[in-house]
Design a protein around this ligand. Structure first.
Ligand SMILES: Cc1cc2nc3c(=O)[nH]c(=O)nc-3n(C[C@H](O)[C@H](O)[C@H](O)COP(=O)(O)O)c2cc1C
Length: 195
């Protein structure tokens, strides 16, 4: 089988699929949420989590101001919302009202926690560093919210119960339960979420 070797990295999708999550933040009376595919656990003790966010995004400005962020793990059934949050700008709309997003109470921070998330982290910012065109924001996880029924006794996600939102790149999402992909262009219409 032929492999191509190139120094042209191209779309940079070779490491996908990735779990797409929703990063949330709140500052100065404004709440916001955006989708990201670039995120990772960094340390177990203390529990540190990293998210890669462009400094041009409204969400970054709220995080820089409040020194807090939330990471919300969404089920595949909410992939349309993930696409919509990744295609709209908090500087232009209130996404919580536009997409009828409901929330759970945060316990250690003031970050918005999405009710639809099967798990979420509340993080306090411990580092903010520019790498190329993105900021690597490292947060200490100070509280975790999770849906009991989504996890087995050993803490592992039970994919019989919940499928995470898996992003393949190029606006394509992968559902492993049904072995199918679907294209959800970001910029999903706001009206789709009106109840
Ligand atoms: C599936 C998906 C993954 C994304 N991954 C990232 C990411 O890792 N980092 C990032 O800065 N933007 C990422 N984006 C783009 C932002 O979500 C998008 O620019 C958003 O509109 C920013 O929102 P804001 O301006 O309200 O902060 C992603 C978008 C989608 C749909």
């Amino acid at each position: 089988m032929k492999k191509t070797v190139s120094d042209n990295i191209g779309a940079f999708y070779q490491h996908y699929p990735r779990v797409a999550v929703v990063v949330t933040a709140s500052a100065g009376g404004r709440d916001n949420a955006m989708s990201i595919a670039w995120h990772t656990s960094i340390s177990k003790n203390p529990p540190l989590y990293g998210v890669s966010v462009s400094p041009n995004h409204f969400t970054y400005k709220l995080i820089a101001q409040s020194k807090q962020f939330g990471v919300n793990f969404m089920p595949d059934t909410k992939a349309e919302l993930v696409a919509a949050l990744g295609g709209s700008k908090g500087s232009q709309i209130d996404k919580f009202s536009a997409f009828s997003i409901t929330r759970d109470d945060a316990v250690k921070t003031s970050v918005p926690i999405l009710k639809d998330a099967y798990a979420a982290f509340e993080c306090r910012l411990v580092d903010d560093r520019l790498y190329g065109d993105h900021k690597l924001l490292v947060g200490e996880v100070v509280a975790v919210h999770y849906l009991d029924e989504a996890f087995m006794e050993n803490g592992v996600l039970d994919i019989e119960k919940v499928n995470p939102t898996l992003y393949l790149g190029g606006e394509i999402y992968l559902n492993t339960e049904e072995c199918r992909t679907r294209t959800l262009n970001r910029g999903f219409c706001v009206d789709c979420f009106k109840t």
